[in-house]
Write a protein that binds this ligand. Structure first.
Ligand SMILES: [Zn+2]
Length: 258
């Protein structure tokens, strides 16, 4: 996406946030920064969403916000938004796609002043959405991103999605009622699962060692079974399957609960 379009969106979002003016340049610089990285390394793809990178930047932005570090928050958010915005635009990979890409870019460019209303509307709309579980909401939003070929819808969606993510990052620092207690409770039972899996693995390893010493010819097989398969199954079935805990942990982290 063109630099100017990224910047117009950043400025519209910044107006909505109502932060002291001196922070604006950090946000504007961040939202165009990934294109400098790409100039240095052309392999970086912007028109395919790098889900994990973007999610990590959003989480870092939130953590900085919780800690009262507005500069870092805006910097990380700006980077994440750049990637999100680019990911809506079809990659100029083939000749046909390149034509579409260029047409969309030109159209977005030509909007300029006329789109100011639209920009602010889309920002307001994004900020109005009520978000109940931010991490889950953000992940869903990121997974839903796909190329848009209609220019009007493209710009609106890009701005609205940017606003949703910004609103989520700057959402209340107070955790929902009961989250802290729920997290503590689930963490206790999760720790028990970890302990259980560790004991099973330990027993498995001890058994395996005994068998390996008794049946040296089969030691490779026993090693694989008792040192590798059993412990990883125990971990997978008992610890990694604790989905509810991981979800609540992520939400607790969003509110700075340790
Ligand atoms: Zn880019």
């Amino acid at each position: 996406m063109h630099k100017k379009t990224h910047i117009s969106i950043a400025k519209a979002l910044f107006r909505k946030l109502g932060l002291p003016k001196e922070y604006e340049k950090i946000f504007v610089k961040a939202i165009v920064e990934p294109d400098n990285w790409r100039r240095r390394d052309p392999r970086r793809k912007h028109h395919y969403l790098q889900y994990n990178t973007v999610l990590e930047y959003i989480k870092q932005a939130r953590r900085a916000y919780i800690n009262g570090d507005t500069s870092t928050c805006l910097w990380c958010l700006g980077i994440a938004l750049h990637f999100i915005q680019d990911a809506f635009i079809p990659s100029p990979r083939t000749k046909r796609l390149r034509e579409i890409h260029e047409r969309l870019e030109r159209k977005m460019e030509s909007y300029k002043s006329g789109t100011l209303y639209m920009l602010n509307d889309a920002v307001n709309e994004g900020f109005k959405v009520n978000i109940s579980s931010p991490p889950k909401f953000i992940k869903r939003t990121l997974s839903d991103i796909q190329w848009i070929y209609d220019k009007q819808y493209l710009l609106e969606t890009v701005v609205k999605t940017s606003a949703l993510i910004t609103a989520a990052v700057f959402d209340s620092k107070n955790p929902p009622i009961g989250l802290h207690e729920k997290y503590i409770m689930l963490k206790k039972s999760h720790n028990k699962r970890v302990l259980k899996a560790s004991i099973i693995s330990l027993i498995s390893v001890v058994t395996g060692s005994a068998l390996m010493m008794s049946f040296i010819t089969l030691s490779v097989l026993f090693f694989i079974i008792f040192y590798m398969i059993v412990p990883s199954l125990a971990y997978g079935k008992i610890v990694a399957s604790d989905k509810e805990f991981y979800e609540v942990e992520e939400e607790a982290d969003w509110y700075g609960i340790k």
